[in-house]
Design a protein around this ligand. Structure first.
Ligand SMILES: Cc1cc2nc3c(=O)[nH]c(=O)nc-3n(C[C@H](O)[C@H](O)[C@H](O)COP(=O)(O)OP(=O)(O)OC[C@H]3O[C@@H](n4cnc5c(N)ncnc54)[C@H](O)[C@@H]3O)c2cc1C
Length: 319
């Protein structure tokens, strides 16, 4: 049996390259269709994220602690981590934060605000990662990152080529949901209010971003449209579902529909988003997969799938 664990981008890409996916999309790239599964690569979900940032006068940021100068890691900090496993290298950089319901009508929080003891070089989180990689040094400051953790938007992963070395096209669907936008607007306002509390405001010298009128929805929407970035929570592209769900890619036992001897075991099978980071849920999926495999009768159909038998659930394109 094959267990596919490439993650929410690579797993659907590998399935499609292998002829398992939406028929029309595969045919566009000349890939022979083994199984027409329209849901492969669809239903991509991610946490859209935007930031509020402030400069501070004192060199208290995590990057102040980590780097001596441009790109040179502090040997003291490295020694501290090697010897004791502590210090700034031992932190993910966003260990603190909170969960909020932006409306009292909501049963669960829809907004997460993560506190980052550092300031990027741009409000686009991904651009900042690149700059930190290149230059190592960023301004002293703090960031509050707002994430819409129960997003309504859905995007997709589609092939750009039949060549496995070519990256697929990733469209997280950001900006397609008014509800997600409202959550992020609320996040920017709440972040600003938190930063104005005395414990913070005594340290802050200047707002870095968004630097707009927070009462102006249109200005907030512009800022979100220009700076929204991934909250690193990609899921849903091989989603689990019942036979009655045409968009389902795997069944509740993680088996790819219509294919014998193939399961997907990663975040791509999540049919809906947990309201937080996906690591623990992914571990739970992996543990569940182990449980299923260990309890399964070796003579069961899934186990017998060692022969490369593939069939189309709709009865077409069998091979
Ligand atoms: C920057 C960042 C920070 C994060 N921080 C947190 C956090 O603090 N807490 C939390 O809970 N979650 C966090 N997450 C999310 C969490 O890491 C993911 O949700 C989780 O790892 C998803 O697991 P996965 O098995 O689906 O995919 P992955 O962990 O991505 O595993 C897929 C694996 O497949 C490999 N692979 C892909 N294609 C191929 C191929 N063709 N051949 C061979 N191997 C291949 C990849 O190299 C990778 O090792 C973070 C994610 C990112 C990107």
């Amino acid at each position: 049996e094959v267990l596919l664990c490439g993650g929410a981008i690579a797993s659907p890409q590998l399935l499609m390259l292998s002829g398992i996916g939406p028929r029309e999309r595969l045919q566009e790239h000349g890939i022979p269709v083994a199984v027409h599964l329209p849901g492969v690569g669809q239903s991509l979900s991610d946490h859209p994220a935007v930031v509020t940032g402030f400069k501070i006068a004192e060199p208290l940021s995590i990057t102040d602690q980590l780097f001596l100068t441009r790109g040179i890691l502090s040997p003291l900090r490295l020694a501290e981590w090697l010897a004791r496993g502590s210090g700034p290298i031992s932190t993910s950089g966003c260990d603190y934060g909170g969960f909020f319901r932006t409306s009292h009508h909501l049963a669960q929080p829809d907004l997460q605000i993560r506190f980052v003891p550092g300031l990027g070089t741009s409000p686009d989180g991904v651009g900042s990662y690149r700059d930190i990689g290149r230059n190592g040094k960023t301004p002293s400051g703090i960031t509050l990152q707002s994430l819409a953790i129960r997003p309504n938007a859905r995007g997709s992963v589609t092939l750009t080529s039949a060549d496995p070395a070519e990256s697929p096209l990733i469209d997280p669907g950001f900006g397609t949901s008014d509800a997600d936008l409202a959550t992020l607007r609320d996040g920017l306002r709440t972040s600003h209010a938190i930063a104005q509390q005395p414990a913070f405001s005594a340290l802050l010298t200047e707002e870095a971003w968004p630097r707009i009128d927070l009462q102006n929805d249109a200005a907030l929407d512009d800022y979100i449209a220009n700076t929204v970035h991934s909250g690193n929570a990609l899921a849903g592209t091989c989603k689990m579902g019942r036979v009655s769900d045409p968009a389902a890619v795997v069944d509740p036992e993680l088996r790819v529909r219509g294919v014998v001897g193939l399961r997907v075991v990663d975040a791509s099978v999540m049919p809906s988003m947990p309201g937080g980071q996906l690591g623990a849920t992914t571990f739970a999926i992996a543990e569940r997969a182990c449980g299923i495999l260990l309890s399964e009768d070796p003579a069961s159909p899934a186990q017998r799938g060692r022969e490369p038998a593939v069939r189309d659930p709709a009865g077409r394109g069998s091979s």
